[in-house]
Design a binder for this molecule. Structure first.
Ligand SMILES: [Zn+2]
Ligand SMILES: [Zn+2]
Length: 346
């Protein structure tokens, strides 16, 4: 009986998780069945699980950051083979809406969510165009970061960095630590700020030129000293906090760019002097989610070793401990929590 069934972490309603057995998907002609190796926990998953995202319907199987191995192919899929290591884009974009046709498929107006086919399960099943092949030598743990790193890469693109510029990365969680590395890959020097000393240490080992704890040191003075009063050329706010955005805008140099990368909940407002933006010729931007172009670039960063994602994992838990993992992320303990679903040997 268990041969044709698989485990899923079923979420009947918010804050309720249960290990269930369901039939393994039968891939349609254009689909690929993937056996999940690793599935990471994203703060978004925790928000959705907690019932705080109005767009998330229940019941649901969550999980959208994964790596795995091809387990079965629909009859039209010729370019992949069984056993091949892969990553996946878990949102099926329509490909025909105005967003999809203007290079912003991340904002697709008719996306299909895999409500019952999340990555906290033994298998996922997706159209072949959502599957990204990996090199055989790529770490499966590292590759499970493709999706969040794609969002980060998109966020750094918005800042239009020029080599030698100085960027402030506010927040040194897993996302901030990826921003740091992509900014450096683009040639910037990076200041990382965070109130947690362990996170600042990690930022240093990952190449931050400067780290600062804003609860201990005055951030404004710190930036002034480093930049000789000029300010930072770019800043990214990786923590959902309006106060942090308000604090960072005056730190920008003339022509400075700032990306509000994290969504801000509960809803809030910004209070800033518009003349700062006017006279400073600042560019304020946001970025959300990622396109498949961003994903392909993120994968290159991982596979070429320019961004170290594997070392961002602080906890490795088996599938049935997903609830514990959600609690860890909620309490901001450690860095990335990774679920080892079937592991490297899947
Ligand atoms: Zn994510
Ligand atoms: Zn679309």
């Amino acid at each position: 009986m268990t041969e044709n069934t698989m485990r899923v972490m079923w979420c009947e309603q918010p804050n309720q998780l249960e290990l269930r057995r369901v039939p393994i998907y039968e891939p349609q002609d254009d689909e690929v069945l993937v056996k999940v190796a690793f599935a990471a926990i994203c703060p978004w998953d925790v928000r959705a699980y907690s019932g705080l995202s109005s767009s998330v319907k229940f019941p649901r199987v969550l999980g959208h950051e994964l790596s795995g191995y091809v387990a079965a192919l629909g009859k039209n899929v010729k370019h992949l083979e069984i056993g091949q290591p892969v990553c996946a884009d878990m949102i099926v974009k329509c490909g025909t809406c105005r967003a999809c046709r203007s290079g912003r498929s991340n904002r697709c107006q008719r996306p299909t969510f895999q409500q019952f086919r999340g990555a906290y399960a033994d298998y996922i099943c997706l159209p072949h165009r959502n599957i990204f092949p990996l090199r055989k030598t790529t770490s499966m743990k590292a590759a499970a970061f493709m999706e969040p790193l794609a969002c980060v890469t998109r966020g750094q693109d918005m800042l239009r960095l020029y080599p030698g510029e100085i960027e402030l990365v506010a927040g040194a969680g897993p996302i901030g630590l990826m921003h740091l590395q992509v900014a450096r890959a683009f040639g910037a020097q990076v200041i990382v700020s965070d109130p947690i000393p362990e996170r600042l240490q990690k930022a240093q080992t990952l190449g931050a030129e400067w780290v600062v704890n804003p609860e201990v040191e005055n951030l404004e003075q710190f930036v002034k000293d480093i930049t000789h009063g000029w300010g930072v050329d770019a800043a990214v706010i990786t923590v959902g906090s309006s106060r942090l955005v308000e604090q960072a805008i005056p730190l920008l140099a003339p022509g400075g760019r700032l990306n509000i990368f994290a969504g801000i909940y509960p809803k809030d407002e910004l209070h800033i002097d518009p003349n700062l933006i006017h006279y400073g010729e600042f560019i304020l931007t946001g970025s959300a989610d990622s396109t498949q172009d961003d994903m392909a670039r993120a994968l290159s960063f991982i596979e070429n070793g320019q961004v170290d994602t594997a070392s961002l994992i602080s906890h490795l838990l088996p599938l049935e401990k997903l609830g514990e993992g959600f609690q860890l992320v909620k309490s901001r303990q450690g860095l990335k929590v990774m679920i080892e679903v079937n592991g490297e040997s899947a």
